[in-house]
Design a protein around this ligand. Sequence first.
Ligand SMILES: NC(=O)c1ccc[n+]([C@@H]2O[C@H](COP(=O)([O-])OP(=O)(O)OC[C@H]3O[C@@H](n4cnc5c(N)ncnc54)[C@H](OP(=O)(O)O)[C@@H]3O)[C@@H](O)[C@H]2O)c1
Length: 291
Amino acid sequence: MTRVAVIGLGAMGGRIARRLIDAGHDIVVWNRDATKAAPLVGPGATPARSPCEAARGAAAVITMVSDPAALRDVTEGPAGVAAGADASTTIIQMATVGPASLTRLASVLPPGAGLLDAPVLGSLSEVESGSLRIFVGGPAELMERWRPLLSALGTPLHVGPLGAGTAAKLMANSTLLGVLCVLGEALALGEGLGLPRDKAFDVLAATPLSAQAERRRRSIESGQYPARFSMSLARKDAELILEAAATTGLDLRLAAAARTWFAEADGEGTDPDYSAVLARILERRPGRSRT
Ligand SMILES: NC(=O)c1ccc[n+]([C@@H]2O[C@H](COP(=O)([O-])OP(=O)(O)OC[C@H]3O[C@@H](n4cnc5c(N)ncnc54)[C@H](OP(=O)(O)O)[C@@H]3O)[C@@H](O)[C@H]2O)c1
């Protein structure tokens, strides 16, 4: 049976490993905090002592860590994935990072090793149900080789050569971050001008934000934002979007404005769900007290 390593067992990576175990794959796992590997070990996965050990003997290595620094930490150096990979290994990079991280990762891999960038759209429930959208960049034949594995997690969409998956993911997340801020500001405007909240939602239902307003209404009204995708990761993505845009000379003014909201909402000690940026925007309305 083909052995697959999963590096990074956080909210997403842990569920990816579980889903692949349940689909019958031979899985080896590594996480910096080893306690997160424990529930997967035993009848499911084999634990590794380092990313290097996990990669050695694995046909594919999935990386699902938080950010560019974490990706460097798990792939580089004597204990990293690159040290355990060889020409028979395919690295499937699924974390949300920027183009520079992918170029760097490609440069540290041994000659002949395969690399796909395959970041995902969708969150915890989408991993659990195998309904992620997976944006894949890299050689088409390599993607076809790993299509059955990726299909256990969701729907892979080949978007172009190496780097295209990362580009697609940053583009998709620019819409997620932007639309939340536009929604928050629209509600703040309505309320600031005296519209009752239920009337404001009636109005939003007739706008291009209707689906998003409906989806977020319960959280806005209850003040409860169930944790799926953390504020710190959303802030990281806002930074990655602007860094990537800057390398091409693009002036993304709405993305820059969204970054300010996420930066403000992220700096408060806790790390709530990213949608709690709505609470931050609504709290900033004059006359409202801030928590
Ligand atoms: N959550 C979502 O809804 C969602 C959706 C789509 C994409 N993503 C992307 O998927 C990736 C993972 O997200 P997540 O929600 O699973 O994050 P998470 O729950 O915070 O998990 C982060 C993972 O990265 C590891 N890590 C962080 N810094 C590290 C370092 N320096 N060295 C080694 N490992 C390190 C953590 O290890 P420890 O456990 O030891 O801290 C943990 O395994 C991110 O790039 C995120 O943007 C998330």
